[in-house]
Ligand binder design. Structure first.
Ligand code: GLC
Length: 549
């Protein structure tokens, strides 16, 4: 167990390149912008950066619609900029991790243009073509089928119309995809985040399903996620690409059942880690086709996290996360409405950096960035928010209510530009930012926080450095504490009798806890300047360490 791999001992930082740093004044971020911020990331103590897609793309889904797998979108720069980023990151002991989007391409990809041109071209079978459509709903809303006049057939798109699904049954398709991944490995990338991978295998027969909405459609997710036989494709992927490289893989795997996890991760599985969403999807009512905030209890959050910790104890490894580019800001999502964002960000940061697994910090989370709430749907760029808004209206909700749901769930919450300083446009761009900057940038920004020893940023730096040198936090087991408590999230990490305890008050009231659970341990860190044993002030988080360790 002591032989942890490099990626098990470090935190990973996720960058949404369009929103990170613009060096040319065009209003969108670029690779040189990322390179210019490597010192900042090194100081934060991260050992890898996951870049969401930077390949050429019409940007219908901000880069998840790829038109060339082995090139760089000109808005991000050139391949030379990418090579420079790899080298400069390496000089700081940071690896670059690429996003592989292999369920679908853009409808502007040369493969699709050829495939759609006729029924008998060499790539005619590279996508999923059918004479008849089924009643499947795409994940972004509307039918998952689009008619193509050139072929007189429909093609399947699990996501947007402009994201046709590839046909993995065709070995030539798999070969082309594996070759593209190997292209990036040759450049020295440190791993892959693998997008929407549970959808690559389609069922043998395409049938209508029982509708789960007023539109008469059924979610494509229900009909196709984790279809039997998918693991054969994935093992081939592993053999042809992942094996023999000192990299890590983390897959986005919606729809994998907990009992199947050992087949997906760990020594007998395919990937090193799986992003599993039970803890971040608590506000989504089970089985609902659109996003409406649903109440959840702290015990449910603790249970979801404990389940993942248990599932990965002997098998695979857990990617710890509370935020990504598809989720709202964690401060708004997990803590009460009137919370002080600084205290709240430190609570979630503490849990993120003290659980067992590899922490994934999403850009701006280390500053405590929060959600936005724009006053009309037209202001939202996110294709999924627009789809969700339509679905809510069709289900009979008012425009105000539909917009309220969008405020809560929109992916744009996490996509507003990074806040670097208090100058115009938060130092992100000299031009007009592609999405509005959050109003709070004068207070919540990297430069201001760098200078404030009590800032969220300095708290993340301190705790991340502590973690990197803590045997208990790197290797220790996860032990649940106060499991039934609806106010306090508490757990211990333990290597034999050496322990670290974490206790966080998720409420706006003062609460108490039985001090016996802490044994002989001593307070070492928290988000208030003073702490009384046995009491947690509103939104207080504390770390205790066993005196003997
Ligand atoms: C994944 C990505 C998301 C994207 C979708 C389609 O869920 O995280 O941003 O829209 O796949 O590629």
């Amino acid at each position: 167990m002591k032989n942890l791999k490099w990626w098990q001992k470090t935190a990973v930082y996720q960058i949404y390149p369009k929103s990170f740093m613009d060096t040319t004044g065009k209003g969108t971020g670029d690779l040189r912008g990322i390179t210019s911020k490597l010192d900042y990331l090194q100081k934060l103590g991260v050992g890898a950066i996951w870049l969401t897609p930077i390949y050429p793309s019409p940007m219908i889904d901000n880069g998840y619609d790829i038109s060339d797998y082995t090139a760089i979108d000109s808005s991000y720069g050139t391949m030379a900029d990418f090579d420079e980023l790899i080298d400069e990151a390496k000089a700081r002991n940071i690896k670059i991790v690429m996003d592989l989007v292999y369920n679908h391409t853009s409808d502007k990809h040369a493969w699709f243009l050829e495939s759609k041109s006729s029924r008998d071209n060499p790539k005619a079978d590279w996508y999923i073509w059918r004479d008849e459509k089924t009643n499947w709903r795409s994940i972004f809303g509307g039918s998952a089928w689009e008619f193509c006049p050139e072929r007189g057939q429909y093609y399947l798109h699990t996501f947007a119309t402009q994201q046709p699904d590839l046909n993995w049954e065709n070995p030539e398709v798999r070969r082309a995809l594996f070759d593209a991944a190997n292209f990036w490995l040759k450049k020295g990338v440190g791993g892959f985040r693998v997008d929407a991978i549970t959808y690559i295998k389609k069922p043998a027969e395409f049938k209508d399903g029982e509708s789960d909405g007023k539109d008469g459609l059924v979610s494509v997710h229900i009909m196709t996620a984790a279809t039997k036989g998918i693991l054969d494709f994935l093992h081939e992927f592993k053999r042809e690409v992942f094996d023999r490289h000192d990299i890590f893989t983390v897959a986005e795997a919606n729809g994998v059942a907990a009992e199947d996890l050992p087949k997906w991760v760990g020594s007998d599985g395919v990937f090193d880690m799986l992003f599993e969403f039970s803890h971040v999807n608590l506000s989504l009512k089970d089985g609902e086709i659109w996003c409406r905030p649903t109440k959840w209890k702290l015990t449910e959050l603790k249970q979801a996290i404990a389940n993942s910790q248990t599932a990965t104890k002997n098998n695979g490894w857990y990617p710890i996360f509370f935020e990504n580019h598809d989720k709202p800001r964690s401060v708004n999502h997990f803590l009460p409405k009137a919370s002080d964002p600084i205290k709240a960000a430190k609570i979630l940061g503490t849990i993120l950096l003290t659980m067992r697994g590899t922490p994934f910090i999403y850009e701006g989370q280390e500053l405590g960035m929060t959600n936005v709430a724009w006053d009309s749907i037209e202001k939202y760029n996110d294709i999924s928010s627009r789809g969700q808004y339509e679905i809510a209206l069709n289900e009979g909700f008012s425009k105000e209510k539909a917009l309220e749901f969008v405020h809560f769930f929109s992916r744009d919450n996490a996509r507003t530009p990074m806040q670097w300083n208090s100058s115009e446009n938060a130092g992100f761009t000299a031009g007009k930012p592609w999405l509005p900057i959050h109003d709070d940038y004068k207070i919540c920004n990297a430069a201001t926080e760098d200078a404030d020893k009590n800032s969220v940023l300095n708290y993340f730096r301190k705790l991340n450095a502590f973690r990197a040198n803590s045997e208990i936090l790197l290797f220790g087991d996860y032990e649940e504490l106060l499991r039934d408590d609806e106010n306090i999230f508490a757990f211990a990490r333990a290597v034999e009798n050496k322990k670290i305890y974490v206790l966080a008050n998720f409420t706006l009231n003062e609460v108490t806890f039985p001090t016996e659970i802490l044994g002989q341990s001593k307070f070492i860190l928290g988000n208030y300047t003073a702490h009384n044993k046995g009491v947690l002030k509103p939104l207080e988080v504390v770390l205790y360490k066993e005196a003997t360790s």
